[in-house]
Ligand binder design. Sequence first.
Ligand SMILES: Nc1nc2c(ncn2[C@@H]2O[C@H](COP(=O)(O)OP(=O)(O)OP(=O)(O)O)[C@@H](O)[C@H]2O)c(=O)[nH]1
Ligand SMILES: [Mg+2]
Length: 376
Amino acid sequence: MNTQLVVETQSTRPQISIDSTPWIHLMRFADYAKIYVTAGRGGDGSIHFRREKYVPKGGPDGGDGGKGGSIVLKGNPQLNTLLDLRYRKFIKAKPGKHGAGARKSGKQGENIVLEVPLGTLVKDAESSQQIGEIIHENQTVVIAEGGDGGLGNWHFRSATHQAPQKAQEGRPGEERVVELELKLLADVGLVGFPNAGKSTLLSVLSDAKPKIASYPFTTIEPNLGVALLSDYRSFVIADIPGIIEGAHEGKGLGLQFLRHIERNQCLLFVISSESNIAEEYQVLLDELTSYEPSLLSLPRVLAITKMDLLGDESLDQPLPEDPQCEVVLCSSVTNQGLDELKEALWGRLKELAPSDDEPWRERPEDDADPSTDMPS
Ligand SMILES: Nc1nc2c(ncn2[C@@H]2O[C@H](COP(=O)(O)OP(=O)(O)OP(=O)(O)O)[C@@H](O)[C@H]2O)c(=O)[nH]1
Ligand SMILES: [Mg+2]
């Protein structure tokens, strides 16, 4: 557990208004990428005839062309963003080699494998049709299939056609524009205003080491961490950029972060002890509702952070009246309430578990066959 924190001692929560932070609009959150992919063309079939000593008029023996390289996505749980792909706009796989005499097939073009985080959805940019979704480690989805190699003239021989001058050309590889969108797969999603202390909380609840600073929107891409509890229990927490009023309309990092919350099993609201807690909680709830009303059916826990800043004073303000939400007072500096918070989250996640034998982390969509459609 990482307890080395650089902590500001005074309240650092500024008033966020979109006018005072115009640079936020310029930041792109790396959970979306559009790429142009061209699979390799298949190699041509060969027109060739056997030439051997003492074998006059050897028959046709032109081999087939090799298949072109495909472009394939592969799940990598170490990744949290699609950033790498944003710098590789055009991706082209190698063609297959042409067939040769003695029925020799051409070599296949090499597949290009693009590693992406778990939770990546891929769709055809033109038709908007979903091509696939990466959920499991090492799961693959072909996004552009290599062209088949052409048949060599050997295939075209017949009793009446003993010297066919015909072979097939290789087929072109698939070419398309695809859009990738990341919706992180985490059990618990942190929801809070910028600077509320979300990343700091993630760093003390889990093994993650996110960037922490006293200015808003420090987090511009999501971080995942694994929270460990006793008896080998664990769950995954995702820290995402802060929410501000109007986020559902695209303010701040807006919609770019909200899509991650959809996949969480449970939401952890984070509000600083120095804020107007009930008011801030209501803004957060309203933003979630405006974006996707079904988010309110997710179990939720409210962590009131930075309790250490109150010193000896107790929390002297009304808490949100929400029977569905358990409230835990905590501090990432003194570790107050952290174990209680983990247990509260575990409790909520456990309620979702189908049974003790089946871990709750098995989501319905996880039942889908993770087997690959990777071309051979
Ligand atoms: N005293 C005190 N300071 C804290 C605590 N948690 C976080 N902070 C400080 O609050 C500031 C903001 O913390 P972050 O964890 O970066 O906040 P965040 O919610 O991730 O902010 P964004 O990524 O900008 O949305 C930093 O200066 C932290 O050191 C706490 O429990 N006590
Ligand atoms: Mg942060």
